[in-house]
Design a protein around this ligand. Structure first.
Ligand SMILES: C[S@@+](CC[C@H](N)C(=O)[O-])C[C@H]1O[C@@H](n2cnc3c(N)ncnc32)[C@H](O)[C@@H]1O
Length: 277
């Protein structure tokens, strides 16, 4: 199936039918837990300009790096268990960058222990989200993101709540949003439709009905802004008009030329005349 063109999402419900856009892939299709690349494409298109620096402190298979390259942004990726050569080893709780370095930060952290990313003892994916340790670790990650982000600029965190059959539901999204709000100004909360392969299997849906629980149908995308430094003009609230016009033109299907000499057809209906008694 041909993939639909990428467009800037304009509501708080984001959806795209593929993990990757275009004729190439972004990140690695076999990497469990990779972020759908259209999410990062939309964020970088809106909140960064060409040549600016994007950081992903939990870069996984490198989706952020690939999208940044497509959009001509510079990108730095770190991970506790680097998956490719252009990702440096670092703990997201201690990012090796100076203060106020990044123009944008994207992060898609582990959501509890659902995926075994690596054997690294410092992997946050080894911490159960029901424990205080997960929240503590994520609070440190968020503090680091705040430190490396330039004032007045944006960050986004992509996350799902956690539910395992037979254990209590954990609203990770809501909990992480609470942590983010302590440091950043909320810009918006986006619901991203999940389209993972598991959701296509009928028996998962049957089990959800029989067990009276719900499958995860969406991920949260929290978009936050770091308060501008006093007297700083480093805000990005409006997009460049020419850039937006070009974006719309690039995605507007060409209209078929109008037929010459076209006249509306007569339908044969007579106009109602004056009412006669
Ligand atoms: C959901 S995946 C990120 C997926 C990535 N956005 C992609 O598209 O491939 C979460 C990543 O967090 C990494 N991670 C876990 N604990 C970490 C830590 N303490 N510091 C840095 N990275 C960590 C894992 O190794 C994993 O690659």
């Amino acid at each position: 199936m041909a993939k639909p063109p990428l467009v800037l999402q304009t509501t708080t419900l984001w959806d795209y039918p593929s993990q990757h856009y275009g004729d190439t892939v972004q990140g690695d299709p076999d990497y469990a837990g990779a972020t759908p690349s259209f999410v990062i494409w939309n964020l970088l298109s809106r909140y960064t300009h060409k040549g600016e620096t994007v950081v992903d402190p939990m870069a996984g298979s490198g989706t952020t790096l690939d999208v940044a390259k497509d959009l001509e942004r510079k990108a730095l990726g770190f991970d506790i268990a680097p998956f490719r050569k252009d990702i440096a080893r670092a703990d997201a709780r201690k990012i090796p960058l100076k203060n106020a370095f990044a123009d944008f930060v994207f992060v898609d952290p582990p959501y509890s222990t659902h995926i075994a990313y690596s054997d690294e003892p410092a992997c946050i994916g080894r911490l159960d989200a029901a424990s205080k340790d997960y929240a503590r670790a994520m609070e440190q990650v968020i503090r680091e993101i705040d430190r490396i982000l330039k004032p007045g600029r944006y960050m986004a965190l992509y996350v799902s709540d956690s539910f395992k059959k037979g254990t209590p539901f954990i609203p990770i999204g809501i909990e992480l949003f609470g942590l983010l709000k302590k440091r950043f100004v909320p810009v918006d909360i986006i619901c991203v439709v999940r389209r993972n392969a598991k959701l296509k299997r009928n028996h998962w849906h049957t089990a959800a009905i029989e067990g009276n629980y719900f499958l995860r149908g969406f991920n949260y995308l929290f978009i936050m802004k770091k308060r501008p430094a006093k007297k700083s003009l480093a805000t990005m609230d409006r997009r460049d008009k020419a850039e937006i016009r070009q974006h719309i033109l690039d995605r507007t299907p060409a209209k078929a030329p109008a037929k010459q000499g076209f006249r509306p057809k007569k339908t044969g209906h007579k106009k109602p005349g004056p009412f006669k008694k």
